[in-house]
Design a protein around this ligand. Structure first.
Ligand code: TAP
Length: 479
């Protein structure tokens, strides 16, 4: 690789790092995206061949035509997806794109391996000699991790699309998956020391197929609503596969980009698990949501459900000093974010202080509520993180819970037998009064009863969140 190309690739790596840095705040996220995309474009333009000759000397017209076609097709699909996908379908889109990234990383490594394993076919295009373990190991790693990320992400996509309602489990499943993994590791071990010839190519194809199958077997037993955590984990796998590709084909930008994606995906996975108070192993092997109907009944809960109408709720809100809105998955389902902003503006005009309490796993994907509220132009400074807002919740006049359930369930604090015990929650039950907006008494993702709904100071405003908010806005205006 020429020194100019190396320097440019380091510059590309710096752009990726800056991109991630800017992505960490909603205010700068768009710029971060553009910076990282610029890095990607420069990386593509100065793309290097693994044998050290750069693209300029290897039939560059042909290569650039291929790259240009790839960019145009990618742009068209990406733009179409970004414009047409609904906010509630964002996790599916991330799963699909991540899967394709993993598949691409696996294909790069596979091509490189087969290229080197069968020198007769590629005579003259590669440096002489056996591929060393230092090259073979990253190629095998990238193939294994990239292909299981590909097939796992496709299953995650199908689950989020509702094609498989429940986790698919059977006795001895973890044992069978363990055996497949052992076979893959065995084949990789053998290939590390036998990386040339026909047998190597056959063993490699078997390993590739088993890895694809393992991705399916790994994700099938996981509950549909745990998919965001799984997607984040698979995302980190794709990153690691890309980094391994970078080692295999000697590309600095790929090493840095892959490591960034790998480490940020791992951190995000761990943060999500922490916010749900569940170990990663429980997400991967626990089949959360496989039992129960997901519906909660009133059995065994002290207190009564007290419905409220929009007019009465509007009076409570309009004459409050401080209102905290707790958005949840139901707000995303109802697409009620614009009505929420309208209500908050109406209350603001009347001198009511309105804040939004954001739980880290409210909704079904990281940052779900932030994205929706930003889309509706709710000012960032009104969004308050759970840890910051909880200490002052007892000084809130009205807490308006919009389609949130598990993230405000006091069982997480009080009931040691609850599956969500220990999960940090927003303390909506500590406010002077609480209004919960949802359609019925049905349970949330965790499938459990919520004691908040039965508390003395809680009133239930039943109905679709968007319709209820429209009624609230009209009633507040009339007050
Ligand atoms: P949930 O506990 O899932 O509750 C959502 C509530 O919204 C439901 O009780 C539902 O009740 C209501 N709802 C649905 N559609 C509605 C509509 N059109 N109008 C009004 N209400 C509607 O949501 P949450 O409190 O946001 O908690 C998120 C859950 O997902 C947590 O358990 C979390 O661990 C889990 N999870 C989150 C993530 C991430 S990264 N965010 C990842 C995996 C799992 P009705 O049917 O009665 O209306």
């Amino acid at each position: 690789m020429s020194s100019t190309v190396s320097i440019v690739l380091i510059g590309v790596a710096v752009l990726f790092i800056l991109g991630i840095k800017f992505l960490s705040s909603p205010k700068t996220a768009r710029v971060g995206n553009l910076i990282a995309a610029a890095g990607m474009l420069i990386g593509l333009i100065i793309l290097c061949k693994p044998d050290g000759a750069n693209i300029w000397s290897q039939g560059w017209t042909f290569n650039y035509t291929l790259i240009a076609i790839g960019i145009l097709v990618g742009l068209a699909i990406g733009a179409l997806g970004a414009y047409s996908v609904k906010m509630t379908a964002m996790p599916q889109m991330v799963a699909l794109f991540n899967g394709l990234g993993g598949g691409a990383a696996a294909l790069v490594a596979s091509l490189e391996f087969i290229h080197r394993a069968s020198p007769a076919k590629m005579a003259g295009t590669l440096p002489p000699g056996e591929p060393t373990a230092a090259l073979t190991i990253p190629m095998l790693f990238a193939t294994l991790i990239g292909s299981l990320s590909f097939s796992g992400s496709i299953i995650a996509y199908l689950k989020l699309e509702g094609k498989f309602e429940k986790p698919m489990t059977f006795p001895g499943q973890n044992f069978l998956n363990g055996l497949i993994l052992l076979a893959i590791i065995g084949l990789c071990g053998w290939l590390t020391f036998n990386a040339t010839g026909g047998d190597a190519v056959t063993a490699f194809i078997v390993m590739f197929s088993l890895a694809l199958f393992f991705g399916i077997a790994m994700v099938m037993p996981i509950g549909g609503a745990d998919m965001p955590v799984v997607i984040s984990l698979l995302n980190s796998f794709t990153g690691l596969a890309v980094a391994a590709d970078g080692f295999a084909i000697n590309n600095t930008a790929m090493i840095v980009a892959g490591t960034l994606v790998g480490s940020s995906g791992t951190l995000l996975t761990l943060l999500m698990c922490k916010a749900m108070n569940r170990p990663v192993t429980n997400v991967l092997f626990g089949a959360f949501g496989s039992g129960g109907s997901g519906k909660a009944g009133a059995g065994g809960v002290a207190g009564t459900v007290k419905p409220i109408q929009a007019d009465e709720a509007a009076v409570l809100l309009a004459y409050a000093q401080r209102v905290v809105v707790v958005p949840g998955y139901g707000m995303a389902v109802a697409q009620a974010q614009h009505q929420v902003r309208e209500l908050s503006e109406e209350l603001g005009k009347r001198g009511v202080e309105v804040q939004f309490a954001i739980h880290p796993v409210a909704g079904r994907m990281p940052g779900h509520m932030n994205v929706l509220l930003a889309e509706a132009n709710v000012p960032y400074d009104q969004l308050i993180e759970m840890e910051q807002i909880n200490p002052s919740m007892d000084r809130v006049d009205v807490c308006l819970v919009i389609g949130a359930n598990d993230v405000v369930n006091p069982a997480a604090r009080e009931d040691k037998s609850s599956p969500i015990y220990g999960m940090p929650i927003i303390d909506a039950d500590r406010c002077k009064s609480t209004i919960v907006m949802k359609r019925s008494m049905a349970a949330g993702f965790a499938g459990i009863e919520n004691h908040l709904f039965y508390k003395d100071n809680t009133r239930m405003l039943f109905g679709d969140a968007k319709a209820s908010l429209n009624a609230l806005v009209a009633a507040v205006k009339a007050n």
